[in-house]
Design a protein. Structure first.
Length: 99
């Protein structure tokens, strides 16, 4: 694994503020990768509770299936509305200002 790319991905995940979400694809693009799946791998292997992993969702606004209950609980605690297991990306997606 490219550790520099992984570090950029983790930095991007950490930049998503409480109350907002991003998709795996958003994080990949901001880190300079075309692989949303790699973001998932990096999060599964290298993240901890301080990274904000729970703010990263699939492109359809749903959480990872195996983390669903915990992820939704954390998002709701931050004020993110989850309806029928899905977050409205139009409302809660983090769109940082261009550098």
């Amino acid at each position: 694994m490219d550790m520099e790319l992984a570090a950029r991905m983790l930095d991007q995940v950490a930049s998503v503020p409480p109350g907002f979400v991003a998709t795996y694809g958003d994080i990949a693009a901001r880190a300079g990768s075309r692989s949303p799946r790699l973001v998932g791998r990096v999060l599964s292997e290298m993240s901890d509770d301080t990274t904000g992993w729970h703010r990263i969702l699939r492109a359809d606004g749903t959480p990872a299936e195996h983390l669903r209950t915990e992820q939704i609980g954390r998002l709701v605690a931050e004020g993110v509305q989850v309806t029928r297991g899905r977050v409205d990306l139009g409302r809660f997606r983090w769109r940082p200002e261009p550098a």
